[in-house]
Ligand binder design. Structure first.
Ligand SMILES: Cc1cc2nc3c(=O)[nH]c(=O)nc-3n(C[C@H](O)[C@H](O)[C@H](O)COP(=O)(O)OP(=O)(O)OC[C@H]3O[C@@H](n4cnc5c(N)ncnc54)[C@H](O)[C@@H]3O)c2cc1C
Length: 391
């Protein structure tokens, strides 16, 4: 591109158009900012993630006016969660609270597409098949001033932006380019395999634990269940060489709960299994001159506690509020608030991912996790209740 052509200017450029990026784009556009959100993926695709949402995520989707659209897309209501500790089953109804009396687990192709549509309907410009090449900086101050992007035809071009936001996942190139330091890292990680199955009766979320393996069944769109099995990454590496992915999923389900393993062996797979070899959690510096990080780009933890999407939808709103205020102090407050809400979730997740517990200890960890999520939901209800960013 010729340097003589002035690049398009946006108040905010967001790299990554999934749960963190599309939600942030929607909220900033609703507040009247001129927003460009880009993603190198095709629109409406799945990504590597199971997708059980916790109450905090459902609160956000409801407040933003998106829950009905998800239900209309065939996302089933989840009214019950059952924890299976060895042979002991602990069924829990989803009690009404914080305006929510059911949970949902939409496929990412459904959830992310609805968030993108909401961003577009709020005025954001959305460009898929468009990748960040490099961030641009002011030559004198070093402040990030925009980015060089490449579009579907491979051509590169520049945009300028008041703030460039990395919502580009745990291997964020925005984080890498700005040199965002990690100030917390997890000690443990699990490997997992997951896939979609028909023929499993819908009985809400089901989580199965044995001292060496965990599995889960998550009812989702099209009458299917998303089923996963997980073990510590060392064991996962050995098992991966011993089993084909489809056999590995049934094997892990059977290790976590023999009855569930038998149920899965009879169910009909409707997808190829997907393998996640595991990744350590991180908390990264998430703002600086002209840039910010949201979602996994800034803060990631092991998927075993199924809270990443809930974090992303929560933090999209905390960041959007800070960007609207527009000061460095507001961005610093965003990071402080994210960490205050996340630190305990991060630590408990790391303890659960260690598999260094017996089933009684694990119940204690789940109780702490539940108490932490309740505190988070109370905070969200109070902090976001008067937000102008709701639907
Ligand atoms: C195996 C697994 C299971 C999980 N299960 C659950 C669960 O049950 N419940 C839950 O709440 N969470 C779960 N999580 C966590 C959840 O997937 C993440 O927390 C969530 O996806 C974070 O969303 P995000 O928008 O920050 O990033 P992502 O969903 O990773 O999206 C980032 C986007 O950025 C785009 N991108 C990256 N680089 C560039 C670039 N250079 N240019 C343009 N675009 C770019 C990518 O294409 C991608 O679309 C799971 C994660 C894994 C790995």
């Amino acid at each position: 591109m010729s340097d003589r052509i002035k690049p398009d200017h946006f108040d905010a450029l967001i790299v990554g158009a999934r749960c963190a990026g599309a939600a942030t784009a929607m909220l900033l556009s609703r507040a009247g900012l001129k927003v460009l959100v880009v993603d190198r993926d095709e629109p409406g695709t799945d990504t590597m993630s199971t997708h059980a949402l916790m109450r905090g995520a459902v609160m956000q989707l409801d407040r933003w006016g998106l829950l009905d659209g998800l239900l209309a897309d065939g996302t089933p209501k989840v009214r019950k969660t059952t924890f299976h500790y060895g042979t002991q089953a602990l069924p829990l109804d989803i009690r009404p609270g914080f305006g929510v009396d059911f949970l949902v687990a939409p496929r990412r192709s459904v959830l992310d597409a609805q968030l993108v549509e909401a961003a577009r309907a709020s005025g954001a410009e959305v460009r898929h098949r468009t990748a960040l090449r490099k961030l641009l900086r002011d030559a004198d101050t070093g402040r990030v001033t925009g980015a060089e992007l490449s579009g579907p035809n491979g051509k590169t071009y520049r945009v300028s932006a008041g703030i460039s936001i990395g919502a580009d996942g745990r291997r964020s190139s925005v984080a890498r380019q700005v040199g965002a330091e990690a100030y917390a890292a997890s000690s443990h990680k699990t490997g997992c395999v997951y896939g979609y199955f028909e023929g499993i009766p819908d009985d809400g979320y089901r989580w199965f634990y044995d001292e060496s393996a965990s599995a889960g069944a998550i009812p989702t769109n099209g009458g299917a269940h998303c089923v996963f099995g997980a073990v510590p990454d060392g064991a996962f590496r050995a098992l991966r060489t011993a089993y084909k992915p489809s056999e590995l999923l049934v094997e892990l389900a059977a290790r976590a709960n023999p009855g569930f393993g038998a149920l899965l062996a009879e169910a009909a797979p409707v997808s190829h299994p997907i393998v996640f070899t595991g990744a350590h959690g991180h908390m990264r510096q998430s703002f600086g001159p002209g840039w910010a990080l949201v979602g996994d780009a800034g803060y990631f933890k092991d998927p075993l506690t199924a809270h990443g999407i809930t974090d992303a939808l929560r933090d999209a709103e905390i960041l959007a509020d800070a960007v609207i205020v527009g000061s460095d102090q507001a961005l610093a407050a965003f990071q402080r608030q994210r960490d205050a809400l996340s630190r305990e979730l991060f630590d408990i997740t790391d303890q659960i991912a260690s598999f260094d517990w017996n089933l009684r200890d694990l119940q204690g960890l789940h109780k702490r996790l539940n108490d932490t999520m309740k505190r988070e939901q109370r905070w969200m209800e109070t902090a976001f209740v008067n937000s102008k960013l709701a639907a």
